[in-house]
Design a protein around this ligand. Structure first.
Ligand code: FNR
Length: 347
């Protein structure tokens, strides 16, 4: 089916609406990862430092607003609000897929607004792996981005009747983009998680940064199913690996790749687990969108600042004065996640 401009803009609005309407699952594979309590941490809350350096820039904390939106007038306002939150809290932020901004100049402003609202912030551009390196250079330029995210979203494309059907050139595109970009390139899942095999392939293409974005939060098979009356693919709604499992899959690459974690991060404890499993920084998408839509910008800033305060409390309990020290905190992996590790021979 031909996908025209109006359909694309409607789809951007629907993604936001359906992501917010989705029920949140209470249990999570993050619960199968448990920190060992430390009775004598030898640390004061005031000495905990959340700051991290990312691409040569200092971030107030290792948390970023992940790629969501832009490409319609409504979502342009959401982008502006998200950028305001990022600016007020020192978080990095990614814009959503910028293809619409390339097709229609008037829609480019729905992404540029992010740079305007946060002139000094760390901002990631976003495209799919279906585009050429020349196109990718344009989206970086569009928002003066500090890094480029290339999203890989095969299940989402396939369950959309109007989606992509041919992925045979994606590896070549990724390799070209990594070679030719003037900023760091992050290859990013959209909530289905990456395996060690995928990471191996990406490394062989020269990729140094990945966002393993796993299952457990926003589910694009679910969203695409809900967009149409005939919900043909509801039986694969649990496709993919959870973020906890994807992080364990990434362990073999701890010293060879820089990985970011996202997907179903519910609170500062989930975030701390991601960092303890080697994530450089942690992304949240729907949780920040939800607070923004339900309670407004000010409250969303407040919630994100509370997360930062709570991180300091949790890290104090663990005796870790920064994210580097979290890497040495003992953790126990249990239940389903442990079974996965046993079968996949992950230590
Ligand atoms: C997304 N996500 C996404 N990712 C991407 O790389 N490009 C995109 O355009 C979008 N669009 C998008 C729209 C909406 C409304 C949502 C909620 C999400 C995926 C997102 O960046 C992230 O990988 C997943 O949402 C998992 O994180 P959460 O939502 O579970 O925190």
């Amino acid at each position: 089916m031909a996908d025209n401009d109006q359909q694309r803009e409607d789809r951007k609005d629907e993604h936001v609406r359906l992501a917010l309407a989705a029920s949140r699952s209470v249990s999570s594979h993050f619960d199968d990862i448990v920190f060992v309590h430390r009775s004598l941490p030898h640390l004061a809350v005031k000495d905990v430092c959340l700051q991290v350096n990312l691409f040569g820039r200092a971030l107030a904390c290792p948390l970023y607003i992940n790629a969501m939106t832009g490409g319609s007038q409504k979502t342009g306002s959401i982008n502006e609000a998200l950028a305001t939150i990022a600016s007020a809290t020192g978080m990095a932020m990614a814009v959503g897929s910028q293809h619409a901004g390339l097709r229609k100049e008037e829609l480019a402003s729905t992404y540029r607004v992010v740079r305007k609202a946060n002139p000094k912030g760390v901002i990631f551009a976003n495209v799919g792996a279906d585009v050429s390196a020349d196109t990718a250079l344009k989206v970086i330029d569009m928002i003066e981005a500090d890094a480029l995210q290339i999203h890989v979203n095969v299940p989402q494309e396939l369950v959309m009747p109007e989606g992509e059907r041919d992925f045979s050139e994606w590896l070549q595109h990724i390799e070209d983009m990594v070679k030719r970009m003037n900023v760091p390139v992050i290859v990013k899942e959209v909530g289905f998680g990456m395996s060690k095999e995928t990471l191996h392939t990406l490394m062989s293409l020269g990729v140094q940064y990945v966002d393993i974005s796993g299952r457990g939060g926003t589910n694009f098979i679910g969203i695409e199913n809900r967009r149409r009356a005939q919900k043909e693919y509801s039986y694969i709604s649990t496709w993919g690996q959870t973020t906890a499992i994807a992080l364990l899959e990434a362990q073999a690459y701890r010293t060879r790749l820089t990985y970011f974690a996202s997907g179903g991060v519910r609170h500062p404890l989930d975030m701390t687990k991601c960092l303890a499993l080697g994530a450089k920084a942690v992304g949240i998408a729907s949780p920040v969108l939800r607070v923004l839509q339900e309670q407004g910008v000010e409250q969303a800033v407040e919630v994100m600042l509370q997360w930062q305060e709570q991180l300091k409390v949790l890290w104090t309990m663990l005796g870790a004065k920064n994210s580097e020290e979290l890497l040495t905190c003992p953790i126990v992996v249990m239940n389903e996640v442990k079974e996965w590790c046993d079968v996949r021979q992950i230590d």
